[in-house]
Ligand binder design. Structure first.
Ligand code: MRU
Length: 373
């Protein structure tokens, strides 16, 4: 087995003397090409998130953490440039800075972070990661500006590495509920390429496959962006895990014909009552699974759980460009004048969810608010 997932990091910080930059897989190119792009500024990170060069809630979170560090470096070169960010004595560069310049640095940084947070609204991992970086900034307020930058970079790298460990824990818990020889249906991509590595829903698949190579995956195509067809099948084929591609809407055929034993999907934001926003089409799958009495699991890290909102009604659903629906491979596929609404996510009601697989274990939707702090 080639174990593609263990060889790649979807997004990683590359350290250089001047601080470094973010290096990420360009997901808009898969499966036609596997290319990485360097992201060096706040603006280009905003665009990478918005245009889905980086996508998937946990990967977007890490992109947010990187973006904070990148912008701090941009501001450092404006207010207190350094030759080598990693050398030990940082006080020298700050000696010519007056109080006003320091507060300008922190004010601009705050504005930049809020701008980055507005790049995509639904996946809470973005604001969670930016929030983690804001804590670092708060704790570094009295330190030399170069140290603020190194602290932000080190924290981004820490979050990056933790993501893979968390996904492996999710995978191991989830594998316990996958029946022997199961047909596992998934929607969208919640794999290594939607995280830093290993994946959430596909982490469950990977851990289950390691124990039982007779499992089969059924991957929904996931219109309009095709994450299932383009990315999920790519990842699974690379890892030698058997996968069948379904077009959206086929799932009830496979369920009725007893080919699906369990559904496992990822999540973009989970409310305190367990209502879950995930890629558009997820709730349709959950409704069909309920009808056919098939267990429906959500696999997601704590950073995707938003206890500040009570129900899924409070989740902002991103509306994307209508061309994602009307155009395929640069060609219009419908009549001019047709109306389009293109919600990128939907909310699956907690009543449809058998369990939420986290790095702390598997919980019923109603247990989340007591078990996750
Ligand atoms: O619009 P995307 O591709 O960012 O949406 C991704 C999804 O909906 C994923 O299923 C979700 O983020 C979970 S990723 C581990």
């Amino acid at each position: 087995m080639s174990e593609f997932h263990s060889k790649i990091k979807t997004i990683e910080w590359v350290k250089t003397a001047s601080g470094g930059h973010s290096l990420m897989v360009d997901q808009t190119k898969i499966p036609y090409a596997f290319e990485k792009v360097e992201i060096k500024t706040l603006k280009s990170m905003y665009n990478a998130i918005k245009t889905m060069i980086v996508r998937g809630a946990p990967a977007i979170g890490i992109a947010g953490a990187h973006g904070c560090a990148l912008f701090a470096l941009e501001l450092l070169s404006k207010y207190a440039p350094v030759e080598d960010l990693w050398k030990n004595d940082r006080t020298i560069e700050d000696k010519n800075l007056d109080k006003n310049q320091r507060s300008l640095f922190f004010n601009e940084l705050e504005e930049g972070l809020n701008y980055l947070n507005s790049s995509r609204p639904t996946a809470v991992n973005l604001s969670w990661a930016i929030g983690e970086q804001k804590k670092v900034i708060e704790n570094s307020k009295k330190l030399p500006l170069a140290t603020v930058c190194t602290n932000l970079i080190n924290n981004a790298i820490k979050l990056e590495n933790e993501d893979i460990e968390i996904n492996k824990k999710i995978g191991n818990y989830g594998a316990e509920v996958v029946p022997k020889g199961a047909g596992i249906l998934t929607h969208c991509n919640a794999g290594a390429l939607a995280t830093v590595g290993y994946g959430t829903a596909l982490g469950v698949v990977r851990s289950a496959f390691a124990k039982d190579p007779s499992i089969q995956v059924y991957a929904d195509e996931t219109r309009p962006r095709g994450q299932g067809a383009k990315i999920t099948t790519f990842e699974l084929v690379q890892d030698g895990i058997p996968v069948t591609l379904l077009t959206d809407g086929m799932c009830s055929y496979f369920m009725r014909n007893k080919m699906i034993d369990i559904v496992v999907v990822g999540a973009d934001r989970i409310a305190a009552n367990g209502d879950t926003a995930n890629k558009i089409g997820t709730s349709t799958v959950a409704i069909a699974a309920k009808y056919y009495n098939i267990p429906f699991y959500v696999a997601a890290p704590k950073s995707t759980i938003d206890l500040s909102i009570k129900t899924g009604n409070d989740i902002i659903i991103e509306l994307r460009d209508e061309e994602e629906v009307t155009m395929v491979n640069g060609k219009r596929i419908c009549a001019e004048g047709v109306k389009i609404i293109n919600p990128s996510f939907d909310v699956t009601d907690n009543a449809l969810i058998t369990g939420i697989i986290t790095e702390y274990g598997i919980f019923k939707p109603e247990e989340l608010k007591y078990k996750i702090k």
